[in-house]
Ligand binder design. Sequence first.
Ligand SMILES: NC(=O)c1ccc[n+]([C@@H]2O[C@H](COP(=O)([O-])OP(=O)(O)OC[C@H]3O[C@@H](n4cnc5c(N)ncnc54)[C@H](O)[C@@H]3O)[C@@H](O)[C@H]2O)c1
Ligand SMILES: [Zn+2]
Length: 371
Amino acid sequence: MRELNVDLAERTYPVMVGSGLLSSAGRLLARRGLDAPPIVITNRTILKFHGPPLLQSIREVFGDPAVVCIRDGERFKNHETLMQIYRGMFRANANRRSWILAFGGGVVGDIAGFAAATFMRGIPFVMVPTTLLAQIDSSIGGKVAINVPQGKNLIGAFHQPAAVLSDTDVLKTLPERELASGLYEIVKHAAIRSESLMRYLESRLEAIQHCQTREMTHIIVESVRIKAGVVASDEKEADLRMILNYGHTVGHAFEAATDYKRFKHGEAVAWGMIAAVGFGRELGHLRPGEARRLIDLIHRVRPLPSLKGIRLNPLWNALVRDKKFRSGDIRMILLNRIGDAEIRSGVDAATIRRFLRGFLASGGNLEDRRG
Ligand SMILES: NC(=O)c1ccc[n+]([C@@H]2O[C@H](COP(=O)([O-])OP(=O)(O)OC[C@H]3O[C@@H](n4cnc5c(N)ncnc54)[C@H](O)[C@@H]3O)[C@@H](O)[C@H]2O)c1
Ligand SMILES: [Zn+2]
């Protein structure tokens, strides 16, 4: 097992990463100021695959936990589910000294974290993230939220967990596309901040795709270190934190332009990064060799769903709906080289639109566009 600390202004919490952590969760969480059995918030998919070892080890140390099972899917990250969680907590006689254990992917983590932030004005929570995305992204930084009809994550809070336990074994049951989706976000962390992580991903990709413990542990720890480093220096989100959104503005537009049906979030971000690489190259950022490296790695992770049939206008409309885009001063995150991202302001909208037209026409193939 590896352990690192996420250092934040008001508090520091440990992130533990390794194989077999579910069955030692109770022991690992003992003596962290948590007492009484937790309220475990999860869904049936996760419970079926991984419930018994976690619940058993919690029971041995803290006593019998209450379990609240929520429905599986992004569309249930809403206030009805939140109310269901509160009801389950009252039924279990939860009080100010209770704590929540969020056991699942980003959806469970976000909504269970929000319940913890708000129940009796805030109680502790622990995250046991079970998707790669949740282990390297949503469990770090303390953002918790639910969706409302007006938009995603619009009701939320900052609430840091007391600890994060990431068991690499649970990733073995993840659908392949979910695993790849998390890997693209790790590629993003490498691209903006760490050439050595990039090299590691390039050389150990097969082992990573087979979820081998050593390799998985390494890339999760490095990725958490990168996100935590950026978040810690800038907890409430300003300039530096913005680089974590590399590939995301255009990625979100790809998701919206296809009604959130064609792409997993990470896949859309992967296309967003490829577009950012192409656009950056036009502006003279990033040498062709470095651009090629990033694009090759993305395609090696898993073939991406195609861009076929996506039209410029819906994509553009989705982009200009983004408030970052509308403010007049368009800022783009571009790479100077692998491991070094920069925020470039004053980018001209017409130039971006022209680039995207060509990008869609080539099906996202940047080589095509040079000829
Ligand atoms: N708070 C943040 O900073 C932050 C950052 C990024 C994303 N998010 C949020 O995270 C959410 C997406 O999270 P996600 O990608 O983990 O999706 P998810 O939570 O929906 O999980 C994906 C699917 O995998 C299943 N699953 C989870 N673990 C499994 C396992 N070990 N084996 C088999 N199946 C498993 C889930 O039941 C679900 O069907 C979004 O709501 C997004 O807004 C939050
Ligand atoms: Zn993302």
